[in-house]
Design a protein around this ligand. Sequence first.
Ligand code: SF4
Length: 443
Amino acid sequence: MVPPVSSREFEASFAEIHPPLGPHEAIAEATRCLYCFDAPCTNACPTHIDVPRFIKKIATGNLTGSAFAILDANILGLSCSRVCPVNVLCEGACVLHRYHKRPIEIGRLQRHAMDHFYARGLRLFEGERRRGRVACIGAGPASLACAAELRRQGLGVTVFDKRPLAGGLNTYGVAEYKLRPSDSLKEVELVRAMGVEFRLGVEVGREVSIEEIEKQFDIIFLGVGLGPTLPLGIPGENLAGVVDALRFIAGYKTNGGAYIGRRVAIVGGGNTAIDAAAASRRLGAEEVHLLYRRSEKEMPAFEHEVELARQQGIRFHWLTQPVAIHGGQEVEAIECVRMELGPPDQKGRRQPRPIEGSNFRLSCDMVIPSIGQSRLIEFLSQCRRLELRHGCVVADLETGRTANPRYFAAGDCVNGGREVVDSVAEGKRAAVGIGKAIEELHG
Ligand code: SF4
């Protein structure tokens, strides 16, 4: 193991990858915008932030107005400005691409306005109180977006979460160099200041029963996300030195550092695997190997993330599947088999299959599995009359309505795991659906 980094080294290693714009830079960038009438950037944003409107306000020096324009559409404007894959969303749609020009840096401009908003301690208004109480279960992006929108409608909202801090993956699961917990918690405080009650460290289904929640609230919104990282299901998984990616990321983020191996093997090909690999390097691992059972082309992680990881010296092993982890008490090596891609399956995805006799061992003292998250079937089964498909809640994407009219749901527990901005958009839409359902109940 590598000795833990000091807090100063931690700060330096996890410096944000997209530094903020200075005031002059921001104005110069904002004035490059064409303020398109049909704004493809706005259409590409799942929360439909009015991009030309907020950029124009930056260009005219009205940063507060700009921030309000962003928050009107997206209550998590601060975290989305840092974690959104802008090059495949708003910036990817910018018309300047058509003229072979650099797209407007929408993400950094949004961050500029949001940093101004929080630096001045500004707040949002809630709506006039009306009858109706909603319980939001889970305190991640979907619930926060839903809760804020419900408060704008004047409804009473209580958010429950089993963890001591709210924010969900924004607080615990996004790599530090993209989003710091302190920034995620600023957004939680903004939602709290709108009159949302938070009951943290309370697990629904254990400390408080579903029946009790049903008695106390008119509507229950499920924004519970997904469960823990799936196990690899191979021998040696219980050895010391095997830590799943989400636990690893949450651990170093909330403790300001963590013990890390000298040679680390990450298993998986998604963005979380890349985050874990990049964090391992920053924490001081000498070698970081990323093992993925398909080829680079099939890797689900964003291309720009893969490229960044490559620049950090992470070694990629494509078409490689772990079959065992070896060691006495602690991890000493991971055994893998080479794979080849077979013909496409029904979904058109080529299935990997092992090449007989191609086993090899890679020395390592830490293994970080990151092969996706489990589903919260046990908890969801306690909620009566919900329909589940592949472990996810079946809900109308426009209204969040589930098979049980008193339950609404959105975010990862419905979509199976997408971007933060998708959860925000779905949570907000569900709040509109809930508002209508409460009107039907109370008039
Ligand atoms: Fe500005 Fe580009 Fe959006 Fe047009 S598409 S409004 S130029 S950011």
